[in-house]
Design a protein around this ligand. Structure first.
Ligand SMILES: [Zn+2]
Ligand SMILES: [Zn+2]
Length: 266
């Protein structure tokens, strides 16, 4: 099984991660990856205030080379889903000036400013407080709403969160929009209770319904970049169809990304 892209990794910018971009790139090259996606947390976990100076990281991606040592460098964000409608962090934070201080002609949302130069966004739930007391239909809607954001390409670790969701409904919407479900190494390895069982069931459902997946490390340190041992084992066990694994090559990943949302597929 070829898993040659790691589209979900973090650097020091994410505050509870430890490596630099260059360290992650070196690790990716050493493991023979063709694509590395850097997706810092975009969430109140990092900077609860909406001051654009805290988010200028997302506004200078132009300085990145696109390829280093054979590794394509994709840049994105891992955005928190913040309510039952599936809104993403910063959707309601209005910003009227650039981080340099220059005033905008009209205010823009922090989310739009941050997403503008991202190649793609991973939507994840980290803080589950907003789901308290909600029904399965409402929790499902949170993921469906997030999928509707044009920049969202991947739903992050839906098996780890442990929410009571209608998995099939979410998977079918992802398929319709040409978007991907993530199966992530971190969720299978970490101390996440029943997460491995849920991730396995989700992988089986994706295979059954023909839903595309991405595999990722969710690395928070360079040593974990490109490590997919458990994910690879799981996919082999369930005989997961290779053509649905978007991370099998750089070409596959960028191809699917470029067509996301084109024409809804049924
Ligand atoms: Zn993290
Ligand atoms: Zn992450």
């Amino acid at each position: 099984m070829h898993l040659l892209c790691d589209p979900h990794t973090h650097t020091l910018f994410s505050r509870h991660a430890y490596s630099t971009l260059e360290e992650n790139v070196r690790a990716a090259a050493a493991r023979g990856l063709e694509l590395l996606g850097t997706t810092e947390h975009y969430s109140k976990m990092l900077w609860p205030e909406g001051d654009p100076r805290n988010f200028q990281y997302y506004m200078n991606f132009g300085v990145w080379p696109r390829e280093v040592d054979g590794v394509y460098l994709a840049h994105g964000a891992e955005a928190d889903i913040v309510d039952l409608e599936g809104h993403l962090f910063g959707h309601d934070i209005l910003v009227d000036h650039h981080f340099s201080g220059r005033a905008f002609e009209k205010p823009r949302t922090l989310k739009d400013i941050v997403f503008k130069d991202c190649d793609y966004v991973i939507a994840s739930v980290h803080d589950k407080t907003f789901t308290k007391g909600s029904t399965q239909a409402q929790m499902t809607q949170a993921y469906l709403g997030a999928l509707d954001d044009p920049k969202v390409f991947i739903l992050g670790h839906i098996g780890r969160t442990g929410l009571d969701i209608d998995v099939e409904e979410i998977l079918l919407r992802a398929r319709e929009l040409g978007k991907c479900i993530e199966i992530n190494e971190h969720s299978l390895m970490g101390d996440y209770g029943k997460s491995p069982t849920r991730c396995r069931a989700i992988a089986e459902k994706c295979a059954e319904l023909g839903v595309q997946i991405v595999t990722s490390s969710d690395a928070h340190i360079s040593y974990d970049v490109g490590r997919f041992d458990t994910v690879a084992g799981l996919l082999e066990e369930v005989h997961f169809p290779e053509e649905l694994i978007v991370t099998r090559s750089r070409e596959a990943f960028l191809g699917v990304l470029s067509h996301m949302g084109d024409t809804p597929r049924s």
